[in-house]
Structure formats: structure tokens, C-alpha cells
Design a protein around this ligand. Structure first.
Ligand code: FAD
Length: 322
């Protein structure tokens, strides 16, 4: 039976949803394989380990060390390498997050293993595992297979459906001691740039504003709409450049790539660099006063109008049905 490692990723002590999607992805690679979760940290990891089991992991290995308090590629790299040496997995899967993008190529290159980055789907075709991933900024998808003994995969958030949480599932949780030394990167402080709320890259609903929002205050109705829908606020680079919001909200080629169930673009023209980050959203609604705006070419629903009239109307209507 093959072993498939899933590297859990936490934020503020809770596992990110993409970790559960990575567990489902591992099962897609080999439905008979043993899914082994790996957690790194310096504190209590048992509750997160249990969560990984509830979402489908067969076993979880927790590695605690003072040098694993915050992520560094050196620290986490050493910890994960130790597990790989012990377990000899066929695949290592994690989210296509900032950490996933940093960590997996470093370990994969050390092991001369193949890496599928940003996988959006996984299928088995005979004895081959076929991975789908976007290319040309999301304008096309390619299908790839890996021929090396170990396959590293990062999965794009919101694409592979996680299993339902099942508290009756059981699995072994063990701890492993690893020497984590020679950390040259010293994290002195972590400063949060965005306020609390739904994580943009994992949000199921995104209300994004562009230069048409016109000011920092102009984002307030967008935030209200996002809150009502349980979503997050995003932005075009135009809005970030104009200092209406922080660059951490930028979606696009040089920002975050998102695939929510619903993307509401308000006052965004639809430049190719913006589309690169959101055109694979499941349903796109565009609000723009210019009927010729390019965003309407990718929108499933288009509203030609002033966002400052349309967004409050949407808020009122949604409040009525809530
Ligand atoms: P604009 O193009 O100015 O569009 C504003 C829109 O708002 C217009 O369509 C207008 O009709 C509409 N509008 C105005 N007022 C209202 C109103 N009251 N109600 C409704 N609609 C209204 N851009 C990104 O977004 N993400 C990226 O990652 C990114 N990376 C880039 C990388 C490179 C190398 C380069 C060169 C550019 C990149 N850009 C990126 C910039 C991109 O080319 C565009 O300049 C940018 O996306 C435009 O932002 P915008 O649509 O908000 O602004």
C-alpha cells in the first residue's frame, strides 16, 4: 500500500481548509493508499491532528520543536525530510499557498522528484495519475503525469472537494522528535496586514473592487456585501495602486489567484492581468458602468450600472432573504 503524506498548514492555530482538500487530493492519487498527515509546530498539535483524521487522514505525525514555531523553509524542510526518510511516501501533497509554493520545490529538488504545482484536478487513467493544472495565466489547462518515484503536488484552494468532516473517524496520532538546527532565517515578529475575516485565497465568495470604487471609503459597501455573503473582499491592482486598499487584497497575475464559487467584480475593467487571477471562479458577476468593459466577456451575469447604486440594492435584497 502506498503512503501519501499530506502536510497540514495552520493559521492562528486552526488548520486551513486547503489541508482538508489536500487529504481528498491524496486519496484521488491512490484511493487505497494510506494518507499520513504531517504537522509541524511548537505547541499543542493534537486538536489539529484530530481534525486531519476527521477529514480523512489515516494517521498523523506531529513534530514539535521550538524552531518550528513559525514557518521557515529550513525548519519545516528538515522536519518534512525526516518524515520522508522514515515513511518513503509515493506522494507529498499540500496546499498551493505561499508556504506550499515555497516549501515543495525546495524539498522536491533535493530529492530530484517531480512537482505538480497548482493542481486543480487529479484523475487516475489506468496505471497513471493525471494531474490538471492551469497554464498561460489560467487561459488553458494542461494534463501532466510524473515519472519520478516521488511526486510532490500543491493543490489550488477551492478546486478539490474535501471529504465531509466525520468525528467518528479514528486514526493513530504519533509524535516524532526531529533535530531542527541551523535556522538562518530568524522570524522576529509577524505583523498582520489584513484585518480578521475570511481568508481571501480560500473564500467561497469574493466581492472585489477596482479603481471604479474611487476611495478607501468606497470599499465599505463591498465589505458589507462580502460580510453578508460570508465572503472576503478583494481588489484589482488599479485599486491597490490608488491606495484604496492594501496590496494583500490584490487579485491577478501578480496578486492572488482565486477560484471562489462566486466572484463579484465591482468597478473593475477586466484587464488580462486581473483575469489571470479570477477567471476560473465558478460564477462571475460584473458590475460596471461601461457596457464595453472587458470584464463582461468573462462574466456569467453582468450589471451595467453605477456600483454605488447597485451594491446597496444587492445588500438590501440579500438582507430581505436572510
Ligand atoms: P481600470 O482599468 O481603471 O477600470 C476601472 C473600471 O471601473 C472601468 O471599467 C470603469 O468603467 C469602472 N467604473 C468606474 N466608476 C464606476 C462606477 N461608479 N460603477 C461601476 N463601474 C465603474 N491588475 C490586477 O488587477 N491584478 C494584477 O495582478 C495585475 N498585475 C499586473 C502585472 C503587470 C506586469 C502589469 C503591466 C499590469 C498588472 N495589472 C494587474 C494591472 C492591469 O493591467 C490593470 O491596470 C488593472 O487591473 C486595472 O484595474 P481596474 O480594473 O481596477 O482599473
Amino acid at each position: 500500500m502506498s503512503k501519501l503524506l499530506v502536510i497540514g498548514e495552520t493559521r492562528d492555530g486552526s488548520l486551513r481548509n486547503v489541508t482538508f482538500e489536500a487529504i481528498a487530493a491524496a486519496k484521488k492519487i491512490d484511493s487505497d493508499g494510506e494518507v499520513v498527515g504531517v504537522l509541524c509546530g511548537n505547541g499543542e498539535l493534537e486538536s489539529q491532528a484530530n481534525e486531519m483524521v476527521y477529514y480523512g487522514a489515516d494517521r498523523v505525525i506531529a513534530i514539535k520543536h521550538d524552531n518550528l514555531k513559525t514557518y521557515t523553509s529550513e525548519g519545516f524542510g528538515q522536519a518534512i525530510m525526516a518524515v520522508i526518510n522514515d515513511e518513503s511516501p509515493a506522494a507529498i501533497v499540500m496546499g498551493h499557498t505561499a508556504i506550499g509554493k515555497d516549501l515543495t520545490p525546495k524539498i522536491a529538488s533535493k530529492l530530484e522528484a517531480g512537482l505538480i504545482s497548482d493542481a486543480t484536478d487529479i484523475e487516475v487513467d489506468g496505471d497513471k495519475v493525471v494531474f490538471t493544472r492551469p497554464i498561460y495565466s489560467g487561459k488553458a489547462f494542461e494534463k501532466k503525469i510524473i515519472t519520478s518515484d516521488i511526486t510532490f503536488v500543491t493543490v489550488r484552494p477551492n478546486n478539490i472537494t474535501a471529504f465531509d468532516r466525520d468525528e467518528s473517524r479514528t486514526g493513530e496520532i504519533s509524535s516524532k522528535d526531529v533535530e531542527v538546527t541551523d535556522i538562518r532565517t530568524v522570524i522576529k515578529d509577524v505583523i498582520r496586514k489584513v484585518s480578521e475575516g475570511v481568508d481571501l485565497s480560500e473564500a467561497k465568495v469574493i466581492v472585489a473592487g477596482g479603481r471604479g470604487v474611487k476611495s478607501e471609503d468606497g470599499f465599505k459597501p463591498l465589505q458589507e456585501l462580502a460580510d453578508l455573503l460570508g465572503g472576503a473582499v478583494g481588489a484589482s491592482r488599479g485599486a491597490c495602486d490608488a491606495e484604496y486598499c492594501d496590496y494583500s487584497l490584490q487579485i491577478g497575475q501578480t496578486g492572488k489567484v482565486v477560484t471562489p464559487d462566486l466572484y463579484i467584480a465591482c468597478g473593475i475593467s477586466g484587464a488580462i492581468q486581473h483575469l489571470a487571477g479570477m477567471s476560473n471562479s465558478k460564477v462571475i458577476v460584473a458590475i460596471n458602468k461601461d457596457p464595453e468593459a472587458n470584464i463582461f466577456n468573462v462574466a456569467d451575469y453582468g450589471i451595467v450600472g453605477d456600483l454605488f447604486e447597485v451594491v446597496p440594492m444587492l445588500i438590501e435584497e440579500i438582507k430581505k432573504i436572510k
